[in-house]
Design a protein around this ligand. Structure first.
Ligand code: S3P
Length: 175
């Protein structure tokens, strides 16, 4: 997997960005946080994009960025939690990279997403109920990813070490 991208997917609060930053530093690779790139290019925060242009527009921006990143090499990518909703996204990432899904228990997710208002899909109601619903709706999509790291009882460094081990053990990508 010398030049293959390493892509972290998983539900909000699973630790994709924190892990991605650590893993990229260890590998000496560039780290790409997809949400941050989308925000920088749109010139507005994700809640504003959802409010002004709608989720469908956000998904289009996300899809275009997947295609762009899948055409590059040597990246560590933290995808947004909803990237799995479009099967083409996973297919394109898997073509030239190793996809690892991070997961965490409901209570851990709730603690990590905290009271921030930066996740529009969790707003407008009872946050725990929203997380439960979304997790349930998406469970099969996350579980379908071959490589998994359950992060609930692990420190950020331990999660990074598991991801690096999966990356190191993977066969050379068919690039
Ligand atoms: C989303 C997750 C968010 C962000 C957007 C939608 C989702 O990313 O892309 O709010 O559909 O799960 P994080 O998983 O980084 O919070």
């Amino acid at each position: 997997m010398k030049h293959a991208n390493l892509i972290l997917v998983g539900f909000m609060g699973a630790g994709k960005s924190a892990t991605g930053r650590r893993v990229a530093a260890r590998l000496g690779r560039r780290f790409v946080d997809m949400d941050a790139v989308i925000e920088a290019r749109a010139g507005r925060a994700i809640p504003e994009i959802f409010a002004c242009e709608g989720e469908a527009h956000f998904r289009k921006l996300e899809r275009a960025l997947v295609l762009e990143l899948a055409g590059q090499r040597d990246l560590v990518i933290a995808a947004g939690g909803g990237v799995v909703l479009n099967p083409d996204n996973l297919r394109d990432f898997e073509r030239t990279g190793l996809v690892v899904c991070l997961s965490a228990a409901l209570e851990t997710i709730l603690k990590r997403v905290g009271h921030h208002r930066n996740r529009p899909l969790l707003e407008g109601g009872d946050k725990e109920q929203r997380v439960r619903e979304l997790l349930e709706n998406r469970r099969a999509l996350y579980e379908a990813v071959a490589r998994q790291v359950e992060t609930t009882d692990l420190t950020p460094d331990e999660v990074a070490a598991r991801v690096l081990a999966l990356y190191g053990e993977a066969p050379e990508a068919p690039v």
